[in-house]
Design a binder for this molecule. Structure first.
Ligand code: SF4
Length: 237
């Protein structure tokens, strides 16, 4: 039987080769080779097969939820869109997709506050000639429009359209057309929208920049002009 933890000192969650687990509210340190967690398979299956939430138009308002917090900032990466990019992960999302790739960032209180210092750093990083643009993801960027619009407006002021702006969203294109003015303003100022919830049963890890096949990479200026969804012309799969 594992021994109940009596160590009250602060420290890492791993003691030599033992791992930390919670058993009936008690913290235990156990041998990972001998520990077999008792999973409630029915509950787990049910959890993974439920659907993401579907809000009514304008039901979720940024000002009711956003704490202007940032889950992470990753400069100079190659995975969040075309070219070298600086990625800002905002905190807070209400869609609650089963299999969400960033569970911690669903919490609006997670992370650290958006500050002028961070904004200055992002602008400095974006000024590098080899950086193609900014990516907004999360969490849900369209439930953090105060932060995103502040940054988008500054980028347009400093760089015009020489840097592109991509955003991921759990909202679909059609849903955003019926959304609050701040969300529609943000949509009108970005270049690419990757839209829609992550759907576990449509998961496909071979897709370019998306996790499930319902999601689309949308060319925003062309779509707004055509009044219909126009897919990014560099889409490979
Ligand atoms: S929309 Fe994205 S961040 Fe939000 S729950 Fe779904 S996968 Fe997670």
């Amino acid at each position: 039987m594992p021994e109940k933890d009596k160590n009250t000192q602060e420290g890492p969650d791993v003691r030599s080769n033992l791992i930390k687990v919670n058993m009936g509210g008690d913290t235990m340190f156990v041998d990972p080779d001998q520990y077999k967690p008792q999973l409630d398979h029915q509950r787990e299956l049910k959890r993974m097969h439920r659907k993401p939430k579907n809000p009514q138009p304008q039901e979720w308002k940024t000002e009711d939820y956003s704490k202007h917090k940032i889950a992470d900032y990753k400069p100079f990466n190659f995975v969040d869109g075309e070219g070298v990019r600086c990625s800002l992960y905002v905190s807070g999302c209400l869609f609650d997709c089963p299999g969400c790739y960033n569970l911690a960032a669903q919490n609006f209180n997670y992370g650290f506050p958006y500050t002028r210092e961070l904004e200055d750093r992002i602008i400095k990083d974006l000024s590098q000639s080899y950086v193609q643009g900014l990516t907004l993801l999360g969490g849900e960027p369209f439930l953090n429009t105060w932060v995103c619009l502040k940054l988008i407006n500054r980028i347009r002021k400093e760089f015009g359209h020489t840097k592109d702006i991509w955003s991921w969203s759990g909202y679909t294109w059609d849903e955003l057309q019926k959304e609050t003015p701040d969300k529609r303003e943000m949509l009108s100022k970005i270049d690419i929208l990757v839209d829609g919830r992550f759907m576990n049963d449509l998961k496909d890890l071979t897709l370019q920049f998306r996790g499930s096949s319902n999601q689309r990479i949308i060319d925003v200026p062309k779509s707004l002009e055509a009044h219909k969804v126009v897919i990014w012309d560099k889409l490979q799969k």
